[in-house]
Design a protein around this ligand. Structure first.
Ligand code: GLA
Length: 327
């Protein structure tokens, strides 16, 4: 081998070595508001897959309130991380999160819940990946309209439990998407009952829905919509709690993670009729990979990516998951 050839090979080897060392030095935080929720565990799982593939370190952090978010960001800075992705417990922390990230010299992307400023407007400069909330809500509404027809229900005898969480814009868009389709199909607006949940978990939804059901003994059949599967499952549990049979209940959630799957796997059908499956793989893997490309190659992520969903029912969820490449 000639002298120059050897030199080129050595140079190439060095470049490779430098590249590998850089990847190993990259640390990315992935902060989520509800670490116990299957959706967020799935996001972490797929973000870890990106870390493994690209060779960076992913630091998983659960932060249920503003204080925890602040200390999580400081911790990431102290650990020498270069960026983080966050699903915040409160979108109004927006300006504070941006400032904390800058103070720690950390790149920032958001997932699921988009940060807002003091007047409630989205922080458009922060790259964000969320679901196309209105459209997915509309798919929920349509699924319920279709099933009410199949069951031959008289809409005037049906009550809708709208499990709401109005401080979160994506939650408002989702439930409004659903109720707008219901109303367009002739569902009486007066039969849509608001059930505001104090937190976005099943227990809070169960409490909110129980109050609504108890206040309306005149209602014969119930339908339920909400921000996610947990919200709708809470409403379904509430109907069970007061002894309403599953055949009188149609709940359609959003998510399609373990909470929904476990429900579909129950031997007897429940009031949880379906879910619009969304993609934790896109939200976890892509945000982490995009953050890595931003840090390692200076490639700026897109400012806004909205992902889609697909309806799945007890009868076809396995096929739909297969179709979507989820296993
Ligand atoms: C919000 C909800 C989660 C999940 C994500 C999807 O964060 O709280 O349950 O639906 O949106 O983007």
């Amino acid at each position: 081998m000639g002298h120059w050839k050897r030199a080129i090979l050595a140079g190439a080897a060095m470049l490779l070595a430098v590249g590998a060392a850089e990847a190993a030095d990259v640390k990315i935080g992935f902060i989520v508001k509800q670490p116990e929720e299957p959706w967020f565990q799935d996001e972490w799982k797929f973000a870890q897959a990106a870390a493994k593939e690209k060779g960076f370190t992913l630091i998983e952090i659960g932060a249920e309130d503003g204080e925890k978010v602040q200390s999580a960001i400081d911790n990431l800075g102290a650990q020498g991380a270069q960026g983080f992705i966050i699903c915040t417990p409160d979108v109004k922390l927006g300006p504070g999160i941006v400032a904390k990230a800058a103070a720690n010299d950390l790149k920032l992307m958001t997932v699921d819940d988009r940060l807002v400023d003091n007047s409630g407007q989205p922080l458009e400069d922060v790259p964000h990946m969320g679901i196309s909330a209105t459209k997915i809500g509309e798919a929920v509404g349509q699924a319920i309209v279709d099933e009410m027809k199949v069951r031959g229900w008289e809409m005037s005898e049906v009550g809708a439990i709208k499990v709401s969480y109005d401080q979160l814009p994506t939650a408002v868009d989702r439930v409004t998407g659903a109720t707008s389709v219901l109303e367009k199909a002739g569902f009486p607006a007066a039969n849509i009952f608001n059930a505001p949940q104090a937190k976005t978990d099943t227990e809070a939804a169960l409490n909110a829905a129980t109050t609504v059901i108890n206040a309306h003994p005149e209602i014969k059949h119930w339908i339920a919509v909400g921000l996610n599967d947990e919200a709708v499952l809470g409403a379904v549990r509430a109907t069970e709690g007061v002894g309403i049979p599953a055949s009188n209940v149609i709940g359609v959630g959003i998510g399609g993670a373990e909470s929904a799957i476990n429900e579909f796997k129950k031997p007897a059908e429940t009031g949880f009729f379906g879910t619009v499956i969304i993609s934790p793989k896109r939200h976890g893997y892509e945000t982490a990979a995009n953050m890595y490309d931003w840090i390692a190659d200076g490639k700026e992520p897109e400012k806004l990516i909205l992902t889609s969903g697909q309806l799945a029912k007890r009868s076809d969820y396995e096929a739909v998951r297969k179709d979507l490449g989820i296993n």
